[in-house]
Design a protein around this ligand. Structure first.
Ligand code: ADP
Ligand code: MG
Length: 348
């Protein structure tokens, strides 16, 4: 092949986007076979363990400059968050995390004390969620801090919940509130700009601590998984909200083969987040739909569980599943229907 021809065959990754890139790569591999129950495509892979349980396996990578900015991210928080975002994927399968491995790439600008801070956060998350650190890898990095964490978990076979399983008529639920982590990021970015321009000014973020904490130190919703279990509800499908509600609805829709209709007035947007979004000239609804990193759980339940779900605190009923030809729709506060777009991730 001449250099000219090779050049012509080049396909930009940005023309695919994250989700199509993964689908494209996965398509070249054989379908899952023993002991794999569910391979690429869900929040975690599902493997046979024993008669009663499956093993769950998930991995997530955090890169400096892409996922975090050390200008405003304390290392201890970063360590904590990097574990939590992984555990969230295990909870999204209705499972229990057991063990993690932590791989880091770092430059010599990090001191022992700095790495200890990072690991203090990792240790705190391990204690908080009852998981053990069992291994990892350590390497030098030329540029930027790289953190990659894998988590192993388990789920009783009859409790497993996939992205697949939602059916027309099911109720769509989401835990907590949405858009807070995104507004937290906007606040931190603004303070960084102020600091660069006026280095002597100390940022005062204390009045926004609830919003900023969601960005810097999110929690995984193990409490919701426990409450669902206690109430005797098994969701028909579930995913965690890492990329934004629209994007996660798109995944549930694709895997379950149904549509979703969401009501704007039902979206859980915290009052403080609402006002702060307006102060940034942002639409609070768009922040809830497309702001990522909330790490809440988005799930569907059968209509007969309607009464039961109302006994669980901090869960909002935001819409319902429909036939697939209706696609993803948002009914606005004024009653108009809009097609929802899946944003996904466009970092390339
Ligand atoms: P999540 O946001 O829940 O972490 P992702 O969108 O990162 O999920 O990944 C979706 C699915 O694609 C998961 O099953 C994940 O394991 C898989 N995946 C992501 N990147 C790759 C890759 N480079 N090679 C193979 N599988 C991948
Ligand atoms: Mg996920």
């Amino acid at each position: 092949m001449s250099e000219q021809e090779a050049h012509e065959e080049r396909t930009e990754i940005s023309s695919l986007g994250e989700f199509r890139l993964i689908d494209h790569l996965a398509a070249a591999f054989p379908p899952p076979q023993e002991p794999v129950h569910t391979g690429i495509g869900d929040d975690a892979a599902v493997l046979e363990r024993n008669d009663s349980h499956y093993s769950l396996l998930a991995t997530d990578m955090l890169l400096e400059g892409v996922h975090f900015d050390l200008a405003y991210t304390p290392l201890k928080h970063l360590g904590y968050k990097s574990v939590v975002v992984n555990l969230s994927d295990i909870y999204a399968m209705n499972g229990t995390p057991e063990a993690i491995t932590v791989s880091i790439g770092m430059s010599n600008r990090f001191s022992l004390e700095a790495v200890e801070e990072l690991y203090a956060g990792i240790r705190l998350a391990c204690q908080q969620y009852g998981v053990q650190l069992v291994g990892g890898d350590t390497s030098a990095s030329r540029k930027g801090l790289i953190l990659s964490i894998s988590v192993l978990g388990k789920v009783a076979k009859d409790a497993l919940v996939l992205r697949k399983g939602a059916q027309p008529g099911d109720i769509v639920c989401v835990s907590g509130d949405l858009g807070r982590a995104f507004i937290g990021l906007q606040l931190l970015e603004r303070e960084k700009r102020v600091f660069i321009e006026h280095p002597n000014m100390q940022p005062d973020l204390s009045k926004h601590s609830r919003i900023i904490e969601k960005q810097l130190k999110p929690e995984a919703r193990v409490d919701i998984i426990a409450a669902l279990h206690k109430a005797g509800i098994k969701p028909s499908s579930m995913i965690d909200v890492s990329d934004g509600l629209s994007s996660e609805l798109f995944h549930l829709s694709k895997h379950s083969g149904c549509g979703f209709t969401i009501m704007e007035e039902r979206l859980p947007v915290d009052e403080e987040v609402y006002h702060q979004a307006l102060a940034f000239h942002l639409d609070p609804t768009l922040c809830a739909l497309q702001g990522g990193e909330d790490y809440e759980l988005l799930f569907t339940i059968k209509q007969e569980d309607h009464k039961l779900i109302e006994t669980i605190e901090d869960v909002s009923l935001i819409g319902y599943a429909t036939e697939s030809d209706l696609g993803l729709q948002l009914i606005s506060k004024s009653g108009n229907r809009h097609a929802l777009k899946a944003q996904g991730w466009t970092a390339f």
